[in-house]
Write a protein that binds this ligand. Sequence first.
Ligand code: DAH
Length: 348
Amino acid sequence: MNKKIELIRSSLENDLNNIDNISKLNEIKTKYLGKKGLITDLTSNMKELSIEERKEVGKVSNELRAEVTNKLDEICKYLEEKSLNEKISNEQIDISLPSTISKIGVPNILEKVVEELEELLMSMGYDVVEGPEVEKDLYNFELLNLPKGHPARDAQDTFYIDGDTLLLRSQTSPVQIRTMLSNEAKSPIRIICPGKTYRRDDDDATHSHQFNQMEGLLVDKNISLANLKATFDIIAKEMFGNDSITRFRPSFYPFTEPSVEMDISCFNCHGDGCNICKGTGWITIGGAGVVHHNVLDNCGYDSNIYSGFAFGFGIERIAMLKYGITDIRTFYTNDLRVNPTFDRKECD
Ligand code: DAH
């Protein structure tokens, strides 16, 4: 019997040392603890033994069974942990692998120009306000010093909604009127208003029946053309580069006096003359002026106390210049170059 036990012990040690996976472990378990296993076998001929021997064999086989069971449990635990760790390390995300690439949209170029202007002017204390696209003739023209029959209306012929009182606004300037009228305290104003505008123009490379403007209005005490020039200087440098030079050219708008065209030195040729500035060295990017006293008075601001300046930019014009777009229709004909999409990695 002792010899049998000896043999079991020595083969057991060897077997336990060689278990390196769960199926091997199960094999060993069966070999020793199974119905026909070696340890079970120790007690198979008990009937033939004396009581003393039975006791002894029973004790030894139980001890051995407990010992093997414990060892196998330990090994089982170790193997399970090992396989879990292997699984975790195999499943780690390999960040060096290229990820799936998807396309995302980015702001439309017109939106980008508007946002740039908004950001700049907000940093200078301007509020962004909105006005309706369906506007009263009263606000779009009359209170802006353009009474019915005024010849300057011709250049801004638009779409009428309701006889001759409601129209699609031909400019963002009526927001000046709305802002001044609604400011009951008649306190100083600093606003910009981006938005869509409409005109009865035949579409061509530089005209569109629908386009975007950004209006600006500043009303306060002692405001002059000099304040407008300084403001325009900052805008030009920010939008077109630090070496931009600005100039005013005399112009006419019924709602400003004096009125000016706002030019910047050509950012392409820096004044030498090229096809972008049509050889002049200058590019016009908007109209402006000192708010006409009639407009202030129409809106309840005492023009003896208050003065102001106003300006209007054509957003498409700025976008075309900045991004080298030669036909305004590009913005409205689903040309993806003005709605750029960029590759984006999925995990970005
Ligand atoms: N509303 C003008 C236009 O559409 C642009 C403009 C000129 C706006 C002078 C202004 C201004 O506020 O003062 O042509």
